[in-house]
Design a binder for this molecule. Structure first.
Ligand code: HEC
Length: 150
C-alpha cells in the first residue's frame, strides 16, 4: 500500500497531537548548507571584487580589514556577528542598508556578487554554483562561525 505524505502527517498528528507538528516541520526545513560548503564561484567573486573596490572599500578597507568608520568584513569578524542565522538575513541587511552613503543602491545580483567576494577574501571555499539571489535558496544556507564536522 502506498501512503501519501499528507496521510502520514495526519496520522502523526493523530497519534501525538499537534505538538508533533513543529518538530516535523523543523526537521524537514533545517538547512544543510553553510558558507563553508562551496556556495559561490570564483568568477562571481571577481565581479564582486570590482563592485566592492568602487563602492565599499572607502569605508570597509581595501582588504576588507575595516577602517575607523566601518567594521571589517573578514572571516570570523563577520561570521561571529551573524553566526547561526541564515544567509538571507545578512543579504537583506546589505541589500537594504549598504552602501551606507547610498543605501539600496545595488540590485540582488550585484549584492550576491559582492557577498561572494567577501566570502572568497575570507577563505571560504568556492565551488561550481553561484551564490543564489533567490531568498528561498538563501534561506537554505546558514552562516556558521565554525566549520561543521563532516
Ligand atoms: C559610507 C561608509 C560605508 C560604505 C560606503 C559601505 N559601508 Fe557597509 N557599513 C558601514 C558601517 C558604519 C557599518 C556598521 C553599521 C552598524 O554596525 O550599525 C557597515 C556594516 C556593513 C555590514 C555588516 C557588517 C557586520 O559586522 O555585521 C556589511 C555586510 C556591509 N556593511 C557591507 C557593505 C558593502 C557590501 C558595501 C558596498 C556595496 C558597503 N558596506 C559600503 C559603512 C559603510
Amino acid at each position: 500500500m502506498k501512503l501519501s505524505l499528507s496521510f502520514v502527517v495526519t496520522a502523526i498528528i493523530g497519534i501525538y497531537g499537534s505538538n508533533a507538528l513543529p518538530f516535523f516541520v523543523y526537521a524537514q526545513e533545517l538547512p544543510s548548507q553553510s558558507q563553508w560548503s562551496k556556495i559561490y564561484t570564483d568568477s562571481q567573486a571577481e565581479r564582486g571584487d570590482i563592485l566592492y573596490q568602487e563602492n565599499c572599500a572607502s569605508c570597509h578597507g581595501l582588504q576588507l580589514e575595516g577602517t575607523e568608520i566601518a567594521p571589517s568584513l573578514l572571516g570570523n569578524t563577520l561570521t561571529a556577528k551573524w553566526n547561526n542565522r541564515s544567509l538571507d538575513e545578512l543579504f537583506d541587511y546589505q541589500q537594504a542598508l549598504m552602501p551606507m552613503n547610498s543605501p539600496g543602491g545595488f540590485d540582488r545580483q550585484q549584492n550576491a556578487d559582492i557577498l561572494a567576494y567577501i566570502f572568497q577574501q575570507s577563505n571560504f571555499p568556492s565551488g561550481k554554483s553561484e551564490l543564489p539571489i533567490n531568498q528561498d535558496a538563501q534561506r537554505q544556507i546558514m552562516i556558521l562561525l565554525t566549520a561543521p564536522s563532516k
